[in-house]
Design a protein around this ligand. Structure first.
Ligand code: HEM
Length: 238
């Protein structure tokens, strides 16, 4: 194979020169001028030149006559001036630069708007993560609700004023009012992801405000539908 290639490159007959044990590489130069015939040699040149030739050619007649139909090729700097260099040295990451620190030329620079450079405030109070006892996951609560077990503790719904609600504020008998509905939350206590202690803060009273402040996105209506005992009403006048 090697001898065949060598003979093909040099034009010598295949049989005439026996192949040496170690093949040698011949570096073949590209043709010196365009006049030279292309011999179909696929030898790779040392540098691949992928640059696109200028059109019209740089030495073309069109370009020389600078005819108006041929656009003049502008240099990069003639096309668009470079943006002003931001003064990075005086910048503090995350802090918006004051208007006065911006030079007039910088007012339309690539600087982000000041509103996006504000460091987000951390929530003032950390939400406590509570480890729920085994068998008390949200799924377990859903299963208990749909099991038919009586977690309501009453036979019928009634109108419940604050004085009645107040009587149900122990861990074994806890009611709360949320958005006008009164729920028996006793069974839910060990299932509450925020912990029993937090949930007990609304026992025996209207918990609407605290509930909304803590997690307005939680659907209490759905979570406690099987715990509904009545509707929160104002104290009847005697
Ligand atoms: C009475 C009705 C309540 C229901 C049905 C309820 C339900 C829930 C639910 C479903 C979650 C999980 C929310 C989530 O992961 O995004 C949760 C979390 C929490 N709840 Fe409640 N909640 C109630 C009342 C309260 C009250 C009165 C407090 C305390 C003031 C409270 C404090 C918390 C806290 C701190 C968490 C966060 C737990 C965590 O991030 O893991 N909840 N609650």
């Amino acid at each position: 194979m090697t001898s065949y290639l060598r003979s093909w490159l040099t034009g010598a007959p295949t049989q005439a020169t026996p192949a040496p044990a170690v093949p040698t590489l011949n570096r073949i130069s590209p043709p010196a001028s365009d006049d030279e015939a292309d011999d179909g040699d696929d030898t790779e040149t040392e540098h691949d030149d992928d640059s696109v030739p200028a059109f019209p050619a740089l030495n073309s007649a069109q370009r020389a006559s600078s005819s108006p139909s041929v656009p003049r090729i502008l240099s990069d700097s003639a096309l668009m001036p470079p943006p002003p260099v931001p003064s990075l040295a005086s910048r503090t990451p995350g802090v918006a630069p004051s208007r006065s620190s911006l030079s007039p030329g910088n007012s339309s620079s690539l600087m982000p708007p000041p509103t996006t450079t504000q460091i987000p405030k951390k929530p003032s109070k950390k939400r406590e993560k509570v480890a729920l006892a085994p068998g008390h996951s949200p799924l377990d609560w859903a299963a208990l609700k749909s099991s038919g077990t009586d977690i309501r503790g009453v036979d019928s719904l009634s109108r419940i004023p604050p004085s009645v609600l107040k009587q149900h504020r122990s861990k074994t008998d806890a009611w709360t009012a949320i958005n006008g509905k009164v729920y028996n939350i006793t069974a839910y206590l060990p299932f509450h992801p925020g912990g029993e202690r937090e949930l007990m803060r609304v026992a025996g009273r209207d918990g609407t405000e605290l509930f909304a402040k803590t997690h307005a996105w939680v659907n209490a209506d759905f979570m406690l539908d099987e715990c509904l005992v009545g509707f929160f009403v104002s104290e009847p006048t005697t």
